[in-house]
Design a protein around this ligand. Structure first.
Ligand code: G3H
Length: 538
């Protein structure tokens, strides 16, 4: 691996970082939200270090957050159970229009904290300024879209149906106590893509921020407290194993919304004593492949493959994690691909146009080096300039070629800046990869022949959940379904699907006769029920 001098000055002194980006002092978070009040923690704390180092190579200490115990986890659970009150609490009973108002209030307050949250996103997880801003704005957009989609859904169900001698009204009702856990790569956005739909549908939520990207939720605590009834949002901080295991074991969690690894998801699910009662909404790992056909437009393909594999250093579940390039074009592909990677900007999250930044996970560069060493020992090479150069928490992207089945990087989700490339002669080879893979999220096909592409579409739609043509894999736009087969997901997320995932259809059916007609008329005319109601949200 190269030890090029161009990486020597990647980390700076604090004085070299512009003033508005610096964190003036450590963020000492003592607060946690349980039962509608912000409590102050006096026990053990977890120190938070940034993936960003200073010139002395030491990671910047950002602050600390509470290491809550099983006692607080139990209090959070009790508080959520009490607030939900078997679906008879204030929040699950509230009119949809009033719940929407509460979420709007929260959103208004959240927007006031944009700069603070964006800055923490950069410092806590090393995401570039542009992508951190995008994450925040996309989250606000997601909430707004959720509100308008719920309004439409509610309008559609605001009338009675008359069928086979029955009056009926069919609507969606909440499920109960929901445990929400987001991932570190989108600590705000992906946490909120489950938290907000769960809340707006009337559930009570316990939410635990991911292992990195905890402090950025601190500026939002008051907004949570001020926008929702007591006990509807409860926050937990600390070890997932210690806090979540007893929650699941209690059997009182109705919905598990988890975005992270399939291993942790199944451990949590298995702790639940009543598996049929538990609903799981899971977004898990993936190993999405790109298949580059001999007639692919190389300019488009290279651009999509570089961003597809390296946006946020490849730390996206949707990232392209293995590239199958047809043997006839692999020479020109590698030449152009490596040239583009050589031009990629690396540095600190706030540097202009930066794409490659330090990695937050502990000893991540060590793990990536292990994958590289394993591949090299089995016949692969790093084929790009400076590929795999490591400076503490930073690694310059490594293009590994040729890769084969015996190498760990063929199977493991690297979730970092390594791009494994292999050639294929017959389309059956990448097809075999998809069929045998433990994952089934997405695939990208690059090519020009409609005959070939059509055949691949028909085979691949039954292997993965999204086939991208001449484009990288991605989750967005958020109105599209985001899901996966095998170990990649359970349930589907999109703005509208999430509303369904966190609710169940409930109906009222009334036998059509004179007396019942009067009962229904009275209820509707005098607005006696929140559920049986023809109110139309404008
Ligand atoms: O980490 C997985 C994310 O859901 C990916 O979302 O494709 O918008 O980056 P994205």
């Amino acid at each position: 691996m190269s030890n090029n001098k161009k990486f020597d000055n990647i980390f700076k002194n604090m004085e070299d970082i512009s003033k508005e980006l610096r964190l003036e002092s450590e963020i000492i978070q003592d607060e946690y939200l349980i039962n509608g009040s912000i409590k102050y923690w006096k026990g053990a704390k977890q120190d938070v270090y940034s993936p960003i180092c200073l010139k002395d190579n030491k990671q910047v200490k950002l602050g600390s957050y509470p290491k809550l115990t099983q006692l607080e986890a139990q209090q959070a659970l009790d508080s959520a159970i009490k607030a939900y009150n078997y679906g008879m609490g204030e929040w699950p009973q509230m009119k949809v229009s009033h719940r929407i108002r509460a979420v709007e209030k929260f959103t208004f307050n959240m927007i006031q904290k944009r700069d603070e949250v964006v800055n923490l996103l950069m410092w806590e997880i090393g995401k570039s300024l542009k992508d951190s801003q995008k994450e925040f704005d996309r989250t606000i957009e997601y909430i707004k879209d959720t509100i308008s989609t719920l309004k439409k859904l509610d309008r559609k169900t605001s009338q009675l149906e008359i069928e086979s001698g029955l009056y009926a009204q069919i609507k969606r009702s909440p499920l109960g106590v929901t445990l929400c856990i987001g991932p570190f790569n989108y600590p705000l956005n992906e946490t909120f893509t489950t938290l907000i739909p769960a809340l707006i549908m009337g559930n009570a939520v316990i939410f635990k921020p991911p292992k990195f990207g905890v402090l950025l939720h601190k500026p939002l605590l008051e907004a949570f407290r001020n926008s929702f009834p007591a006990g509807i949002v409860n926050t937990l901080y600390g070890s997932g194993e210690e806090l979540l295991t007893p929650l699941m074991r209690s059997g009182k969690i109705d919905v598990l919304a988890f975005i992270g690894s399939s291993k942790v998801a199944s451990q949590l699910e298995h702790e639940h004593p009543k598996p049929n009662r538990l609903r799981s909404v899971l977004s898990l790992e993936a190993k999405n492949a790109a298949i580059v056909m001999p007639d692919a437009n190389l300019d488009v393909t290279i651009n999509e493959c570089v961003t597809g594999s390296l946006s946020y250093n490849g730390q996206r579940c949707t990232a392209l994690k293995i590239l199958f390039v047809h043997e006839n074009i692999v020479g020109s592909f590698l030449e152009q691909f490596n040239k583009k990677i050589d031009e990629i900007k690396f540095g600190m999250p706030w540097d202009k146009d930066v794409q490659i930044t330090p990695l937050p996970e502990k000893n991540k560069t060590g793990y990536l080096k292990e994958l590289i060493d394993d591949a090299i020992s089995k016949g692969s090479k790093i084929v790009n300039k400076n590929g795999g150069t490591i400076k503490n928490t930073f690694m310059f992207p490594a293009v590994l070629y040729p890769v084969n089945k015996d190498m760990r990087v063929y199977h493991e989700e690297q979730f970092g800046p390594i791009i494994p490339i292999l050639t294929y002669k017959d389309i059956k080879e990448p097809m075999q990869y998809l069929m045998e893979s433990n994952y089934g999220q997405q695939v990208s096909i690059f090519g020009n022949s409609s005959d070939e592409i059509a055949k691949m579409i028909d085979s691949f739609v039954n292997q993965v959940s999204r086939v991208n043509i001449n484009a990288q894999c991605q989750r967005g736009p958020d109105i599209f379904p985001f899901t996966g087969r095998k170990d990649s997901a359970q349930s589907t997320l999109s703005v509208s699907d999430a509303l369904r995932a966190f609710s169940i259809r409930s109906m009222v059916a009334i036998k059509e006769n004179k007396e019942n007609r009067q009962i229904v008329t009275d209820i509707l005319r005098e607005h006696k029920s929140n559920f049986l109601s023809t109110n139309f949200i404008l």
